[in-house]
Ligand binder design. Structure first.
Ligand code: NAD
Length: 358
């Protein structure tokens, strides 16, 4: 069922990925790519994305880039996990079915624990339960109250909140976010969690979502202000917190920012690597996305590791690991200040060293 991805070794997104599996199961119609970027720190962990890709090349690009991002994220979070990611290609003739999930579970199992999957865009907890009927190498499963695991959103939000506090301390010299103005893009699971934590500390919030009702509901809950989705990036504020889409920090987006700090949970915020330089040139402090948004993977990784070792792990232990995110950010910013390089460059270098590619 699985074949090697040799044809993709010349792709510009190829980054010495250890293994790429092209998976096809005729009976269920499953077509998927499982990319293992690095298992230097442990099994490659990263979610499975179910998506309607424009073409297979776009799916391969996503798998290669996202799996590398997971290597960096897991290493920088201090997890004993490497980086991997799976994408399942859907189209009008192929929607997600129980048979497809079973075949995908078999493909994960065939890797013998080198890859550990979890939820990503287009996948639910119920999907992980279905996959777990065919493989033990899955996390993001339902857990008891107070145990490690389950919905990663609140844990991701917790890490971002702590990262914003650290950025405010580093850049603005303030020991609290009380009175600090945060413009928050995206009022979903992560964004709304971040907004609530900031509001509890007295931050001033402006929020936006492409669903204006969502933004208005959150604004009223946190006593903030809702603005149109296309106005949030130019809102004058202390902190711009992107929690919706990736690739928003492009030349135009960066030129329009009116903030001192960019710190939020969206994956792959920089449209191109060079856009990190543009942020640094504008003296905007950047919290590298894969460092600040690691709370969710910390949560589900602990769930997986504890289940495998048959020991109980609590949400408190997850919080303890998440509390190290600010320390890592401070290390990045300090080195960035010393070397004069952008935070994104420093973070990539630290991550590469941790995965044995320094
Ligand atoms: P979500 O789907 O719950 O929320 C995303 C929100 O963004 C939605 O309300 C959507 O309407 C809104 N949105 C989409 N496009 C927008 C735009 N152009 N302007 C304003 N709002 C827009 O997703 P989520 O789980 O909250 O994840 C948010 C981001 O964080 C994503 O980039 C995701 O990849 C990243 N992330 C999430 C987690 C997690 O644990 N959920 C972990 C790491 C990274």
């Amino acid at each position: 069922m699985a074949t090697s991805g040799a044809a993709f070794w010349t792709s510009p997104d190829w980054d010495e990925h250890e293994r790429v599996e092209l998976v096809h199961d005729r009976a269920s119609g499953l077509t998927a790519i499982i990319a293992l970027h690095s298992t230097h720190c442990g099994p490659g962990a990263g979610g499975t994305r179910f998506w309607h890709y424009a073409d297979p090349a776009a799916a391969m690009t996503d798998a290669l880039r996202l799996s590398r991002g997971m290597s960096y994220k897991n290493a920088m979070a201090g997890l004993p996990m490497g980086g991997g990611k799976a994408v399942v290609l859907l189209d009008k003739n192929r929607s997600k079915t129980a048979e497809m999930l079973a075949a995908f579970g078999d493909a994960v199992e065939a890797l013998g624990g080198k890859y550990v999957t979890a939820e990503d865009v287009g996948a639910s907890e119920a999907d992980m339960v279905a996959i777990s009927e065919r493989t033990q190498h899955v996390c993001g499963l339902p857990v008891a109250d107070g145990a490690a695991g389950g919905d990663p959103g609140p844990f991701t939000a917790q890490g971002i909140y702590l990262g914003i506090c650290a950025a405010v301390e580093h850049k603005l010299g303030k020991g609290s976010v009380n009175g600090v103005h945060v413009a928050l893009q995206g009022c979903g699971s992560v964004g709304s969690g971040v907004a609530r934590l900031l509001a509890a500390d007295g931050a001033k919030l402006t929020v936006a979502d492409i669903d204006p009702k969502r933004a208005e509901a959150l604004a009223s809950e946190v006593e903030g202000k809702a603005v149109a989705a296309d106005a949030i990036m130019t809102t004058p504020c202390d902190v711009f917190s992107p929690n919706a889409l990736g690739a928003i920090l492009n030349a135009e987006g960066i030129a329009g920012l009116d903030c001192a700090i960019v710190a939020g949970g969206a994956n792959n915020q920089l449209a191109k690597h060079g856009d990190g330089e543009a942020l640094a040139a504008r003296d905007i402090l950047y919290a590298p996305d894969y460092v600040i948004n690691a709370g969710g993977i910390i949560n589900v990784s602990l769930e997986y590791l504890c289940r495998r070792e048959m020991r109980e792990c609590t949400a408190g232990q997850v919080q303890e690991l998440i509390s190290h995110i600010p320390r890592r950010l401070h290390e990045i910013w300090q080195e960035s200040a010393t070397s004069g390089e952008g935070a994104h460059i420093v973070a990539d270098r630290m991550a590469q060293k941790l995965i044995g590619r320094g």
